[in-house]
Design a protein around this ligand. Structure first.
Ligand code: FE
Length: 255
């Protein structure tokens, strides 16, 4: 299994603190059935700036250590960039790192509570630039939870999205679990990934999420998500199912 979103690189953001932590996370990932992780450290989120030149040597460092310890996991480079106006320019300057370094897929993180006004324009500009933006954890964005049509418009206009395994598994509460399922049902997400930061409070929940997906949506849906993760690593085109609007729930009082 491939995990496309993980804070496994040491001492670079709020994920693994040091190399021992990275190894512990790698072992926890292997126990979940994960053999490949895309390391996606925070960039431009107000606390951390990690450009391509910082990330690539750390990926090599972790892989060398995993090999030395016989941990059967490969780490690939990536980056989780908080949305900002000059993303296209900085990509051209070599500061941004697409998933697996050379693919067209690039993570875009929205602020926790809002969707900035320039978001749709930026998503458009990235795509015109032959990049494929993936909005990470939309299920935890307050504005999208209140107005899911914001996400529908983004997906209809070509953006992809990634929901957190822990959200699907219910670790962020019932409301976010329910909304994650709504997003899956409405074809508004294309990837499930751990976004693991450690092995305690923000660990891997991939297996738990997979069980929920299989039980709720069937095996084909689980296979769809796994295949899409593979497409990223191989830089193949992910073709989403036709997105639908989320209908307001009358009885659950979610909105
Ligand atoms: Fe993250």
């Amino acid at each position: 299994m491939i995990d496309i979103h993980c804070h496994i690189l040491p001492n670079i953001d709020d994920g693994a603190k040091h190399l021992e932590d990275s190894v512990a996370m790698a072992k926890a990932a292997v126990a979940q059935g994960i053999d490949t992780i895309i390391a996606t450290p925070h960039h431009k989120n107000g606390s951390y700036n990690n450009t391509k030149s910082t990330i690539l040597p750390l990926v090599e460092l972790v892989n060398a250590r995993l090999e030395a310890e016989d941990v059967p996991l490969t780490v690939l480079p990536g980056q989780e960039t908080r949305i900002y106006g000059e993303m296209v320019e900085d990509y051209d300057l070599g500061k941004l790192l697409p998933l697996n370094q050379t693919s067209d897929y690039i993570f875009v993180e929205l602020p926790s509570n809002s969707v900035p006004r320039f978001t749709n324009q930026l998503l458009f500009d990235l795509q015109v630039h032959d990049l494929k933006p993936i909005i990470v954890h939309p299920e935890r964005n307050k504005a999208i939870m209140e107005h899911p049509n914001l996400l529908f418009e983004m997906v209809r206009n070509g953006a992809l999205t990634q929901v957190t395994a822990a959200s699907v598994a219910g670790k962020f509460g019932k409301k976010i679990k329910g909304f994650s399922q709504d997003l899956i049902e409405a074809n508004l997400t294309h990837f499930i990934a751990s976004d693991a930061h450690n092995i305690t409070t923000r660990g891997f929940c991939n297996q738990e999420a997979n069980t929920v997906i299989k039980d709720t949506f069937g095996h084909a849906m689980l296979y769809y998500f796994m295949e899409n993760a593979q497409y990223i690593v191989e830089n193949e085109t992910v073709i989403g199912h036709e997105p639908e609007r989320i209908k307001k729930k009358k009885f659950m009082g979610l909105f």
